[in-house]
Design a protein around this ligand. Structure first.
Ligand SMILES: C[S@@+](CC[C@H](N)C(=O)[O-])C[C@H]1O[C@@H](n2cnc3c(N)ncnc32)[C@H](O)[C@@H]1O
Length: 242
């Protein structure tokens, strides 16, 4: 069966249960900016929860109505709004705006990226900070055998039991879009659920340029969540912008 990850909060949470290493990073910047927070592409509230726990004034925006309903009922103290990060108008400024965990890679053209960055500028307070977290495209991953299923991860499936996720991908160099296909193997020889999605690969020089051309100042660029400066060995591109 074909599934949509962004319509299934329990499955999304199962697939991202391992992802906790960025939480201290967002807490750090929440403390530093000490004001209103806007998370773009907030998902199921993975980052919202630890910030709401600390009583921050938090708003999350996401395209998925299912995720927004899920967040609003799970975290009534936060504000969750359905919207598109390429074009939004909340009529409010924020002291901290961020896009975690590669969500920006769901913008497939430079035009979409620029539209999103313009909307962010309209919502950033004068001394506000904008944080962006994208991985660095890895040629070993992009150019591996397209016909083979590669093991991606094991999860505890929300419907019970362990599940192995296998992945195939096909990278289109012209569009710089990686077409990804996941297969959910629950070890029961039954029909495997399948999930297809695309991610735009954004190389560090492109991201630097698009941010600068959109009027942002890149104050710092880290290569990991501990604050190591970005270099050619970094796996992440973490931007701290004003
Ligand atoms: C990788 S998840 C990240 C969720 C959450 N921020 C986290 O760190 O766990 C990507 C999210 O982006 C959302 N999304 C994709 N395209 C979007 C768009 N154009 N506008 C708003 N949200 C979008 C999806 O619905 C999904 O919740």
């Amino acid at each position: 069966m074909k599934i949509q990850m962004y319509k299934n909060p329990a499955l999304y949470d199962a697939c991202t249960a391992h992802k906790i290493n960025d939480i201290p990073f967002y807490r750090h910047w929440a403390i530093k900016t000490n004001g209103t927070i806007l998370e773009l592409a907030c998902g199921t509230g993975r980052v919202a929860e630890p910030l709401l726990d600390k009583k921050y004034d938090y708003t999350g925006l996401d395209l998925s109505p299912v995720f927004i309903d899920h967040c609003q009922s799970k975290y009534p103290e936060g504000e969750f709004i359905m919207g598109d990060i390429r074009d939004f108008n909340l009529g409010q400024k924020f002291d901290l705006i961020f896009i975690p965990f590669n969500s920006f890679l769901h913008l497939y053209t430079e035009e979409e990226m620029t539209q999103c960055l313009k909307s962010i500028q309209n919502h950033l307070s004068e001394n506000g900070k904008f944080l962006l977290d994208n991985f660095v495209p890895d040629p070993e991953f992009l150019y591996r055998n397209q016909d083979k299923k590669h093991k991606e991860m094991m999860i505890n499936h929300p419907e019970g039991g362990k599940c192995t996720i296998w992945q195939k991908n096909q990278y289109d160099e012209d569009s710089e879009i990686n077409h990804i296909h996941w297969y959910f193997d629950r070890g029961d020889n039954g029909e495997q659920d399948e999930y297809k999605f695309d991610m735009r690969m954004i190389y560090p020089d492109t991201m630097d340029r698009v941010l600068s051309e959109s009027g942002f100042t890149i104050e710092e660029k880290w290569g990991d969540y501990d604050g190591e400066p970005f270099d050619e060995n970094s796996l992440l591109q973490l931007y701290i912008c004003s």
